[in-house]
Design a protein. Structure first.
Length: 437
């Protein structure tokens, strides 16, 4: 079953498929694993392929690399989709692999989106990976440490594939424009850069964009000419000019943060939409919301952190465009929440002391006496167990003697911190009373 062969006519094959590299020499990016002297190149050269998992974002070469490995090692290649395949499909494939093995042929099984296989499906591979019936190559966009069974993970080597650089994407696009059917297409250099920026390191997405633009560009005098202006017009938006690593990226996230801090949900929603509609990574926005929940709200509304982390999970599970309303919910919630930067300033004060007093020893009464020597040295002596007291608080000092009077967390009167301030005052009074008894 050679998946390099196809019954489709060439004209109807998507550009991204036409441009799929067949050898490592044509492969763009991932030099750390396929460059000269790299692990995978050495395995191909020595025909010593072992089971592995490719972890990386979409469109960076996971499937392509698996096919190149199969082709250059003369292995029989099978491809399974974790979305549509079940245990029955796996068993049928194993029977074919046994036949191949009996005829002296290696079998590579490529599983796309392997994290979508359930435990039973993943376990079905285990004995056949162990006895060499198959060489398993999995691809996943999710962290395999969390999504792949530990037993299967221990029998594979994980290789991380990175987003392609803009330069690499431009190189791929320029190579694509040289195919025979595009000999009547002219494209300004600036257009390559615009598409590369928008693709966010995804070669397949970049090639799809190029193909779509060429298809909708009208023919004039037997030629198609694509300029920066015509590209923007064809795409009906200037969002493709948004640079996720440039100045505007930081300007917009700053504007979102400061709008929420100023309790302005309308402005915050506007800047959120500016970023998401321009192609910003929703998980980047979600991470900033999590930071904001503690930095600018903190214990004034402890639920803010829950709301922000839930929005991150929703963005992770749904992706764009479905997660836009999840992030909008969190942005509005954070905007209208009571504000406090007490935790932010508290950590800064504690950090300053920590850096300047690294030489201070932990008080003996707070140390655990694990050995007899520890006991002889006084570890744990004088420790006061808070649960033995009526108020669950003792007068015991926990900071080193030299900084025992330093205060870090100073709650405000905002939201729930007003109640926390009252509780801390009561705790302080109990401690003072204990010192005088």
């Amino acid at each position: 079953m050679d998946l390099f062969d196809t019954n489709e006519t060439y004209e109807f094959i998507p550009l991204a498929e036409k441009m799929r590299p067949k050898t490592l020499e044509d492969f763009f990016g991932q030099e750390h694993i396929v460059g000269e002297g790299s692990p995978i190149r050495e395995m191909i050269t020595n025909d010593s392929i072992t089971s592995m998992i490719f972890w990386g974002p979409p469109g960076v070469g996971k499937t392509t690399l698996a096919k190149i490995i199969a082709k250059q090692t003369n292995s029989v290649f099978y491809e399974l989709s974790a979305v549509t395949s079940g245990v029955k499909d796996i068993k049928e494939l194993i029977d074919r692999a046994r036949f191949n093995k009996s005829n002296g042929k290696k079998t590579i099984v490529f599983v796309d989106e392997i994290h979508r296989f359930n435990k039973a499906q993943q376990d079905a591979f285990l004995p056949f990976v162990e006895n060499g019936t198959i060489i398993l190559i999995g691809a996943t966009t999710e962290n395999p440490s969390f999504e792949v069974n530990s037993a299967l993970l221990s029998r594979t080597k994980v290789y991380v594939l990175n987003n392609l650089t803009e330069e690499e994407i431009v190189g791929i696009l320029k190579r694509a424009i040289t195919i025979p059917e595009y000999q009547n297409v002219e494209i300004e250099d600036a257009c390559y850069e615009i598409i590369a920026k928008f693709s966010n390191g995804d070669a397949r997405g970049a090639l799809n964009t190029l193909e779509n633009v060429i298809n909708i560009t009208p023919m004039k005098k037997n030629r198609k000419k694509i300029t920066k202006d015509s590209l923007e017009k064809s795409l009906q938006s200037k969002v493709f000019l948004y640079d996720k690593k440039g100045e505007e990226h930081y300007n917009l996230i700053s504007a979102l943060h400061k709008s929420m801090r100023n309790s302005d949900p309308d402005a915050a929603l506007y800047y959120l939409a500016r970023m998401l509609e321009a192609g910003e990574d929703p998980l980047y926005v979600a991470r900033r919301l999590i930071r904001f929940a503690s930095e600018d709200i903190g214990l004034a509304n402890p639920n803010a952190l829950i709301q922000a982390t839930s929005a991150y999970e929703a963005a992770h599970n749904n992706g764009m465009p479905e997660c836009n309303v999840n992030l909008a919910q969190a942005v509005v919630y954070l905007s209208v929440s009571p504000k406090s930067n007490a935790l932010y300033t508290a950590y800064d004060r504690a950090k300053k002391d920590a850096v300047e007093t690294m030489e201070l020893s932990v008080p003996l009464h707070l140390r655990n006496a694990v050995t007899k020597l520890d006991e002889d040295l006084g570890f744990g002596a004088g420790y006061e167990y808070a649960h033995d007291t009526k108020e669950k608080v003792t007068s015991m000092e926990c900071l080193p003697e030299q900084i025992k009077d330093h205060k870090y967390y100073i709650p405000t009167e905002s939201g729930s911190e007003k109640n926390i301030k009252a509780v801390m005052s009561r705790i302080e009074a109990i401690k003072k009373r204990g010192h005088h008894e």
